[in-house]
Structures are given as structure tokens and as C-alpha cells.
Design a protein around this ligand. Sequence first.
Ligand code: ADP
Length: 319
Amino acid sequence: MKKIGILTSGGDCSGMNACIRSAVRTAIRMNIEIVGFRKGYLGLMKGDCIPLDTKAVSGILHRGGTFLQSARSQEFKTPEGRQLAMDNLKALGIEGLVILGGDGSLTGALELSKMGLPVVGIPASIDNDIPFTDMALGVDTALNNILYAVDCIKDTASSHARAFVIEVMGRHSGYLASIAAIATGAEFALVPEREVDLSEICQQLRVRYEEGRDNAIIILAEGAGKAQDIADAVKDAIGFETRVTVLGHYQRGGAPTVFDRLLASRFGKKAVELLVAGQNGMMVGLSCNTVLAVPIEDVIKGEKRPQDEMLRLAEVLGI
Ligand code: ADP
């Protein structure tokens, strides 16, 4: 293998830059040319790529987001779009591809691999719902961002005797909400995996209120309900002053944590090594602190990463 490519696709996350840097440095050490496609699959379909060397990836390790940029593309979901990408790859002499992204991007990667292109995927998604990896890239940084925000809000909540509903990302996954609730000592974590019983929440808050605890933090995964509805219900039931804070895209950005920098570096190196070893259609993953390779097909077909243990822990801790 003489020349490979790398791209970042779907939702961006912190650690993508560190991962690109690691893949580039690994490829260079192995005497392999590497190019980066801009804006994910869009760049692949346009043949929009830049050569990557150590200089191109210097000074990016500590930066959030992705300097190659990311995008979503409907056209790539069509056979014609993917054929365009394959034609460009052939014309550019690219023999393998490293793809960073969430489950959508990995599904796209699998399609390319079925068309004969050696592909290795890297799980990058703050929701941490990708099967066969304990952690995806960007999760730890997103959690630390949330922790900082919740700690700040707790200060003001206690000063003014208010209840806060804090909405975090997670349309289908309550991982961020449940871990953030455990790590900040929040009163409730509302997650899509568990039905939300508003009357039960209000009842518990009323008991707390009558005991003299006049502030509360409710962490809501965006897929578990509407923040304002929950805040209104709490206000109506208890007369508790409530506020809503939607953390939104703040969660995605920022300097990656040590954990994400290390994970990114390990994933990037392993992905290039797998490609060079002739592997195709694999995703790198972390299991028991070991970086391993699993077929993307299994990842796509697999059950979403179960959150049972964390949800049980939250329950035991009274969340
Ligand atoms: P994420 O990778 O973060 O889950 P998306 O689900 O939006 O984000 O997927 C990113 C991109 O991956 C899409 O815009 C599309 O180009 C590509 N993709 C998603 N699903 C498929 C699919 N079934 N077949 C081919 N490409 C896909």
C-alpha cells in the first residue's frame, strides 16, 4: 500500500484532530503517502483533498473539531454518489481509507468496503452508543464540558433557590445525561431509555422541597422530553422557580481531554496499521483498555451500546 486517505464525517467531536495527526504520523513512519479529504464524503465525491505531512498536522493536537471539516451528504447515500467517490479515489491512486464518524458514517464506510475499497472506521460520536467499543472518540471531552457547565449552574441554582432543567445531547442515547448526573450529583437524569414519569419527579422534588432543599438539577437527554415542559410541570406542581439551560453545541467543542487525546492517538495508529496489514471493513474499538478491530458489519448490525449498568448505578445513587 503506497497511498491512503483520511476523512471526518457526520457530527464532529473533540479528538478528531489528534486522531488525524496520529494517522498521518503513523503513515509517514511506514513510508505511506496520506491525503485528507475535506468535508467528509462531500470531499470524496468532489475529489477535494490535500496532502498531509507532519507540518500539515502540527499544532492541531489540542484543538477541538476537525481541521478537515465534516459534513453530511445525501448524495453519498446513493449508488451513483458512491461510484463518483470510487472513481475519484481510483484516479488519485488511493488504495485505502480511514473514516472517522458515527454510525451513519460507518454505514457509508461499509458500503465503500463492499465496493472493493479497503476501509477502516474510527468510532467518533459523543453519544457513546456505538457497539463494540467501550468509548468512542469525543465522549470524554463532551462529558467534561457538561460537568463544568453543570457545576457552574449548581452555584447559581443554590444561590437563588431554583430548579434547573439542563438539556444535554442524546436523541437516542442517555449516556451523557446519566454519566453527567452521576458525576455532578444531580437529582434526576431523564433519558430516552427510560420512560419519564413527570408526576413521580414532581412528587420526589416536593418531598425534597419540604425537607428544606430548595434547589435541584435535572439533567435531560434531548431525546427524553421537552425541557420547557418539564420545567413548567415542576413549577406548577411545587411552585419551585425553574429555569432551562440547553447546553447545545457547546458540548461538542473545546480542547480534548487527556483521555481523548490518548484514545485518538491509539485509534489513529491502529487504523493505519490495519489498512497496511490488508484488513478491510474493520472498525477500531476499545475493550478493557485494549485497542482492537471489529468488523463494521457487526457494529452496524449490533445492539446499541447498552447503558444498563450506568442507569442502575444512577438509580442506586438516588438519581
Ligand atoms: P454520524 O456519522 O455522526 O452518525 P450521519 O448519520 O449524519 O452522522 O452520517 C454521516 C454521513 O454518512 C451521511 O451524511 C451520509 O453521507 C453517510 N451515510 C449515512 N448513512 C448512510 C448509508 N446508509 N449509506 C451510505 N452512506 C451513509
